[in-house]
Design a binder for this molecule. Structure first.
Ligand code: HEM
Length: 537
């Protein structure tokens, strides 16, 4: 069943926090006082008013009144599971990360899948990006791979993220639509920010309505660095490949399921694990030598671009198995805090301007969502290695009882501690050389907003192309005519057939031509089509 793998070090670490109520346990207040009547409040006579004195009633209601915390500002709806990760062979030539050195090492993980736009109670079946966030509890600290089920993103710079999300989310005056991309504000944004075009193709494809979380790929999206023991750095893209292959619902199914079982993805994950049919993914890496950084016709720092697998094959290096459902949705799935800046030695960031903004955003939002600076002490967020060995103290909800007279560096008073407490082997940032002017300007290597949208379209099977045309037709039929027209004009930069089919369905014609040089001639990439999924269920 779903509660196996007692050897999982994270599951073991959670054990002291679990509250198991036994049959003969007696009801108590939070102060340990036994309660003899949980059905009647304290009143002045059986028909009289309730007394303010009733501290038992007040404690119970007060706790209830405070049971909600802010939901995530994006990715509010999610489902998660515990599991483990293992490499197939040592990756020491590529990275010094200890959890990637030894095939016999089991690294516990906690993975949260999510939709992006809807609120916590919205349907699983909406057309949306899916989050795929993995927390690796390594012996060197937590490493979070906070990815999505699509390999690219809508925008190139984090400074656009609040605007983008405001356009995706329900409109501010009436909070409609609750969880749908078919509305004016998103398409207004998309048609004025052409860098969104590639991701919009993915969003209109079957990838945006997955059959099951176990049928989704995952992507780190950004280019990261791997750094080995000698300090040599290479660029890397992270991939998760589902063992069961990539499968999607069709639009008509999503519409029916939204009414009949809007928890379909969440429930599938739960039931697969309870039944012992543990979902599995393989970790894949695309490695690019530093010297090859500039050899592509796109920029590796541009998160709206993928590296075609024909140019750089995905090397499969390990596997992840999800084999245990959480005990408690709130304690684990809701309170888990993923953060792009949770990193371990041997992995490093790049100057991708979207990633750089994310390095700030997650911790910042979690300070609000999880109520202050001590949310790393919440059981699900605690590393399994020693942590909080530092001089940070106090703050809301602090659990640790720090012992000793001093809490500052450098102190010469406390015995038993080195005078300056520093680690022998820890995180050292890659010493990338930067020599530049401080400016607000984007590199011209980010300018091509359409070629990979064309690549995606041409790589689709006829059935997948039909679905994309239908998705554009449905979505654009819901928006103002002027925006609809702008999108038809924009699609011309991607492909003529795509434009004609969508325009025809909407009874429109392009009113201006494509940008000079577009659509570009590109060679399709079979790896992008779901229909070419090698491993099938
Ligand atoms: C949450 C992925 C871009 C801000 C999430 C989650 C995922 C994710 C998977 C859900 C985490 C969970 O399950 O708890 C991505 C990917 C991005 C991206 C793959 C682009 C490649 C951004 C950017 C920003 C941002 C550019 C801000 C500048 C947030 C915030 C949350 C979030 C504030 C909520 C976190 C929380 O409340 O715990 N993102 N995101 N994301 N993301 Fe992103």
């Amino acid at each position: 069943g779903g509660k196996t793998n007692a050897g999982n070090a994270k599951v073991k670490a959670l054990e002291p926090f679990r509250v198991h109520v036994q049959e003969d346990d007696e009801l108590t207040t939070n102060q340990g006082l036994k309660i003899v009547d949980n059905q009647n409040s304290l009143r002045a006579g059986p028909r009289g008013p309730t007394l303010l004195e009733d501290f038992i009633l007040r404690e119970k209601i007060t706790h209830f009144d405070h049971e909600r915390i802010p939901e995530r500002v994006v990715h509010a709806r999610g489902a998660a599971a515990h599991g483990y990760f293992q490499v197939y062979e040592s990756l020491a030539p590529l990275t010094r990360a200890k959890f990637l050195q030894d095939p016999s090492k089991i690294t516990p993980v906690f993975v949260r899948f999510s939709t992006v736009g809807g609120s916590r109670g919205s349907a699983d079946t909406v057309r949306d990006v899916r989050g795929f966030a993995t927390k690796f509890y390594t012996e060197e600290g937590n490493f979070d791979l906070v990815g999505n089920n699509m390999p690219v993103f809508f925008i190139q710079d984090a400074i656009k993220f609040p605007d983008f999300v405001h356009s995706v989310k329900p409109e501010p005056h009436n909070e409609i639509p609750q969880a749908s991309s078919a509305h004016d504000t998103l398409w207004d944004f998309v048609t004025q920010q052409t860098e969104t075009t590639h991701m919009i193709m993915w969003l209109m494809s079957d990838r945006a309505i997955p059959r099951s979380y176990a049928n989704m790929e995952g992507f780190g999206v950004h280019t990261f660095r791997l750094v080995n023991e000698d300090g040599k750095s290479r660029f890397v893209k992270f991939h998760w490949k589902p063992k069961l292959g990539v499968h999607s619902l069709v639009w008509d199914e999503t519409q029916k399921l939204a009414g009949k079982n809007s928890d379909i993805n969440r429930q599938d994950l739960w039931e697969q694990i309870e039944a012992g049919a543990f979902p599995e993914w393989e970790l894949g890496l695309q490695i690019v030598e530093e010297s090859d950084e500039m050899k592509f016709d796109f920029d590796l720092l541009d998160p709206t671009k993928l590296i075609p697998e024909e140019l750089v094959p995905v090397k499969i290096v390990g596997k992840m198995v999800l084999n245990r459902n959480p005990d408690n949705y709130f304690a684990e799935t809701e309170q888990v805090a993923f953060c792009v800046s949770n990193i371990v030695p041997g992995i490093d960031f790049t100057n991708d301007a979207l990633m750089q903004g994310r390095l700030f955003s997650y911790l910042d939002t979690q300070l609000l969502r999880l109520g202050g600076p001590n949310f790393h002490e919440i059981p699900i967020n605690q590393p399994i290695c020693p942590f909080r060995i530092n001089n940070q103290r106090d703050g809301l909800h602090r659990q640790a009882i720090n012992v000793g007279k001093t809490n500052y560096d450098i102190n010469s008073i406390s015995k038993g501690l080195p005078k300056q407490s520093i680690a022998k082997r820890g995180y050292v940032s890659y010493a990338e050389r930067i020599d530049a002017n401080k400016i607000r300007e984007r590199s011209a290597t980010f300018d091509d907003h359409f070629s990979q949208a064309t690549l995606f379209w041409l790589s689709m099977s006829p059935v997948e192309q039909d679905h994309i045309v239908k998705a554009f037709t449905f979505e654009l039929s819901k928006v103002q005519e002027v925006i609809r027209q702008r999108m038809i004009n924009q699609l011309q930069n991607v492909d003529n057939v795509l434009t004609q089919r969508v325009a025809h369905n909407l009874g429109l014609l392009p009113t201006e031509g494509p940008q000079p040089g577009f659509p570009k001639k590109v060679t399709p990439s079979p790896a992008l089509s779901q229909m070419n999924t090698k491993k099938d269920s």
